[in-house]
Each structure stands twice: as structure tokens, then as C-alpha cells.
Ligand binder design. Sequence first.
Ligand code: ADP
Length: 639
Amino acid sequence: MEKKQFQAESRRLLDMMINSIYTHQEIFLRELISNASDAIDKLCFLSLTDDKVGMDRSDFFIRLTADKEKNTLTVSDNGIGMTAEEMENNLGVIAKSGTQAFKAGLDAAEKEKADIDIIGQFGVGFYSAFMVASRVTVISRAYGQEKASRWESEGADGYTIQECDRDGVGTDVILQLKPDTEDDCYSVYAASWKLQELVKKYSDYVRWPIRMDVETTEKVDTGEVDEAGIPKMTWKTVSKEEVVNSMVPIWQRSKKEATDADCIAFYKEKFRDSEDPVAVIRVNAEGAVSYRCLLFVPAQAPYDYYTRDYAPGLRLYSNGVMIMEKCPDLLPECFRFVRGIVDSPDLSLNISREMLQHDRQLKMIANNLEKKIKAELSRLMETDREKYEKFYAAFGVQLKYGIVGDYGMKRDLLTDLLLYWSADREKMISLKEYVSAMPESQKFIYYASAETVERAARLPQTEQVRAHGYDILCFASDADEFVAEILMQYDGKKFCNVVSQDLGLDTDEEKAEAEKAGEANRALLDYVKEQIGDAVESVKVSRKLKNYPVCLSSEGEITLEMERYFHSLPGTDPNAMRARRVLELNLDHPAVKALDAARSEDPERAAVMAKVLLSQAELVAGIPPKDPAAYSELVCSLF
Ligand code: ADP
């Protein structure tokens, strides 16, 4: 029979599984049961709208069959099944994960021999069977098909698919367990006590019955009687089919029955995250719409979070039947990182995707969840700043997008969740914390923007603000300045960029004085402007600078940081969206004094000095010289 090859990545993953040093081999059972449960969910959902399925909710089950003699374990379900083509697509390749990120993940895992994260992060469920099995056979008959297919593989050298028969729709996954070795015991997975233990440990909450033969000892009649005529009894081991899971989903349990630790374990398995979530949110609402939900705020962004591939949404159940795997309408865009489950008996089961969108009850749930998530994040910010900062590092940008997006509709919801780097305190602070620490005399919320917060904190323009003892928020994300524009103010205090012309720090007298200084030095300013030409809009006397000779500022709406952002976007006209640059001179600085003196003493040198000072201002603003060699020559010509 023709042997088909696995896709390259699948092969590598299989190799990893086969040679796995993964200590939790036993999770393979959880993975297979989870797949079986999903397959039943799908057929059950279909049966609600399609009478042809001919199944009742109570007909569905998962069955574990162990054969000690043959050293095999079979996981069966009567779910939706797979066609030969689906087997090829689902089992022969890592369909969903064939991305660059996944390949990179594999490389990293191989290097570090850290297979745990890989297993956690990238839906490798089915492949985990190869940790314990030397051969895996899948026999599956898809709903609506007469024939079944048999997929078989002994690992990395490929797999075969052929047609076969199966009674009824569903899937059997048959594991030929590996032979026991000195270190590893695989035959234990064919022992009913072990299987029972594993089901209890990992799959107890699965909503479909997991049946298996359980061995128990029973008193049985021997058929004989003793001298007194009393029937003789004896103990005998009998095997009986039982349901071995409690079937109560974790979100239907009380806090006592399902601890936070249980929920976290459930989250990591269900949502394939290797890290604990930063928050677990449970809601049990009764009223106009009753529902229970179990939500999680992840600590890290999934590898595809900031791409189009990421599909947000919560799992939606009605009375224990899953009606949608990812229902995005339950979450506002700004909280799209939240994962979890919503179960409501009040939702009609026959709703289609389109109808759901307009469902009034769904909207009510969504509104309530938005409030709960906000409340939980605020609480986390207050009570566990370290955890909150971890969350913020992963999803802060999402919150900022949330403020800028939807025409600022979510502004009030999100503003107090923002954190900024404080130049003064050298840590992240909220706007509330900034404003409450403002001295009486301070009118504005000052911010500085650069590629990194460290650079922002060191911008020359911050000097005057700092000299007044005012703190500065350091912006280093593309979104920050746009957020400040949308917000405009916080608690009645307007935002003010330290590079703006008027920082609101000067008294009327000081302003008049600056104007006078400008007039008195008009010749110097005109001279510098003449030397540097169109590189800047104008040259002015600065009042912001203390230790720096020059700085570059901007006039008008577009700042240098915004210009940088716009020009990083593909397709921006190079001449559009330009900041109107202003070169500011510190008249008290020796370099500027030297330039002024050189104008009459050594005009040639003065012209070079003007250009060098412009370059200094540009460099500090994070704008590299266009021609580094020419720049170097220019500086050296001063010696
Ligand atoms: P995941 O469960 O993360 O999608 P798996 O490798 O475990 O990844 O499974 C791949 C796919 O194979 C599943 O998404 C499903 O489509 C299909 N599949 C696996 N097991 C079954 C099953 N018992 N019945 C039907 N389909 C299955």
C-alpha cells in the first residue's frame, strides 16, 4: 500500500513526540478524549437542526476499551467522524499550525529541548498519542457517509489511508502501546484502574459520558449450599461497564468544587497556554438572562494575537451543548484577548450565526461581561501590580487600540487601565497616579515621545519641565500620542507634549523676555536658518533647554514621532505627513555662544557649526544622519 509522507513540520513534531522526554505523557488520554468530545459536540449540534441525524442527546458517549493481551487502548466516540480527506488534512499535516511562528517555535524548542511549550501552545493534541504508542490506527466514519476510512501510522516514516467498514458514525483511535522499558511503563495505559484515575484527573468535567469496563469485586452465589443449607458465596472479580466521569462541566461547579487551581489547569489545557492566566473571572448571573461563565485573562499573547489569524471569541454553550466555538459578539474588541466559556440555558439552540448577532440576550450578556472584565482588571491593577504589568506588557497595546478605535467610544471604559512609564519615579504609573501627584502649580500632564522610554526621558526638551519638579510620562508606542490626542485631558488636566512650543511654564514676564531675546538675536537666528536651509521651518530661541545647546521641536498637529509612525506605514507619500520642524537654540550654552562669535571671526567655521548643531538636534531626536560619512567629515572639519 502506498505510504504517504507527513508534512515536514509534522514530521519534526512527531519525532519530538516519539522521543519525548515530556514528563506528562499521560496527557495523551486527555487530548484524545477532548477530540472525541469535540466531535460529539459537533454532531449533537447538527442533530438540533437536522432530523436526519436521528440521535438524541442521551445517545452520545465516549468509550475506552483496553486490551491487556494485545497491549492496546482504544478511544471511541459516536461523534461527527472524519472523511478520508479530512483525515488527510487533520492527521497527516499540522493544518492550522503550519505557520512561520510555529516553525520558529519548533526550532526554539529543539534547541532548548523544551517540548512543553510546544505541546501547550500549538494544538498538537492528536500527535501526543505517539508518546505512548508505537502504532496509531484511526478508523472513522463521517456523518453522511456509508464507508469508513482507516488511517494508520507507526510514526515519522509516513501513514496509510484505506477504505474500510464501521458500524455507525464515529471514530476509533486505536493505540498499540509501546513495549515497557526499564524507565517507562506503557502497559499501564491498558489497566482499567489507571484509565479511571486519568479520567478523574484530567477529563472528569467532559460533558459526555466516558464509558469503560471497570473491574470490581462482587459477592456471587457459587450455586452450592453448606451443611446448614445456606447458599455458599464467594468473591469474584467482575467486569462491568460504567460511566467514569462526573460530567459536570467545571463552569457549572461552585468555587468549592472547582478551585481556582482547577480552573487554571482547565484553562491551560483547553486554551493551550503554557502559562497561568493572570485572572480567573467567574460569573453566575440570574435574572432576565441567566448564565454562568468562566473567563480567563491570559498572561501572554498567543503567537498570532496581533495578526489577522487570531480569532477572538468565547465558547458558547446552551444547557451544556456547545453552539459556537468562538462567539466574538460576546466580547468587545478591546478585550478580545479574554478566553473562556459562557453557558446560558436561555439562549435558543436553533440560532444561526446571523441571528446570534442580533440576539438581545447575547447583547445583555456581552454588556455585563464587559463590566466584569473591566472590574477584574482594575482590581488586579490595584492589588497585584506586578501581575497587572505582565498583562499590560502583553495586551496594553490592545487597550490603546481600543481607545483610538470605534471613534473613542470605549475611552471611558479603558482610560484608567492605562499605564505609562514615569520619568520621575522610573516605573509604570496610571494617569490617576500621575494626576494625584501633580503639584498645585502644574497645569498640564506632560509627556515625551521617542523610540524607547529611556530616550523619551532624556529628550532635551524635558529639562525645563523637570526643573519645575514636574513628572513626565514617557511614550514609546506608536499608539501613545494618538491616545493622548483622543483623550485630550484626564481629570480636567490637558496633555502637553514636551516638544510643543508653549509648555505653559513661562510667566508673562518670562515670555516677554524671551521675545526680547529673540529680537536681540534676530541676526543669529536668521543666520542659522540661512545656513541650514529647508531642513527646518524656523529657528527660535529656546526656554526649555538647560544643559543642551539645541533641540528639535515641531509646530502644528504632526509631531516628529507621528511623522515617524506615518512614514513607517507602507504607501505613505514621502512629502505628506511631515512635522514642521523648529530648531531651538539655548543662548546660554557655550556652543551657541561660540557659533555666534564665529559668525564675524570665522564665517566659514560658523557655517559648519550651524550644520553640526542641527545634526546634534536631529540625533538626539532619534533621526539618524542621511549621509553618515558626510556628517563625520563635517564634524572633523572643525578640528
Ligand atoms: P486540535 O484538537 O487542536 O484541533 P488535533 O491534532 O488533536 O488538534 O486534531 C486535529 C483535528 O483532527 C481536529 O481538529 C479534528 O478536526 C480532527 N479529529 C481528531 N480527533 C477526532 C475525532 N475523534 N473525531 C473527529 N475528528 C477528529
